[in-house]
Design a protein around this ligand. Sequence first.
Ligand code: AKG
Length: 191
Amino acid sequence: MPGFLTREVQEGLVESIREVVKAAPLYTPAMPRTGKEMSVRMTNCGSLGWVTDKERGYRYQPEHPVTGEAWPPIPEALLALWREVSGYPHPPEACLVNFYTDAAKMGLHQDRDEREFEAPVVSVSLGDACLFRVGGVRRDDRTVSFRLESGDVVVLGGEGRLAFHGVDRIYPMTSALLKQGGRINLTLRRV
Ligand code: AKG
């Protein structure tokens, strides 16, 4: 949904995410087995957060992997967005916060560490634009790419819930929303 969030709402969300990051600092996740560090830094809010490291791999857990503290709650504005766009009767339990610097990207993957696939994943883009790629439910399905701008919302639901997707590149300095640049992506999920 291009341009779904007004500038004012985007600014409010950035403020809320600053508070989340104060309580739950961004950390560098690592791939299972290889331990290769991801280029995106992450944190979470909600009762559960998505994390990954070399030893234990992809999973949801109630505490920050570095500080051991419980994740802060999901900001009200994000809960309201979920109610508006998800079409799902229960609130999200997890919100993954991804922070991309200019060179960061995210490989093609499915979001399948959840059990509740009937619930969509709601994704919010803030800050610099990116080139987003989305395909089908098989890794080798044809993909299409398009630019996601600050304030765009993507709902991966229904047949699209398990679609492969990823971020091929960031377009630096394409938004003034984040004073230091970069891109924030928020994904709201039922676990
Ligand atoms: C994920 O967190 O699973 C993503 O694919 C993030 C996509 C994005 O940054 O737009």
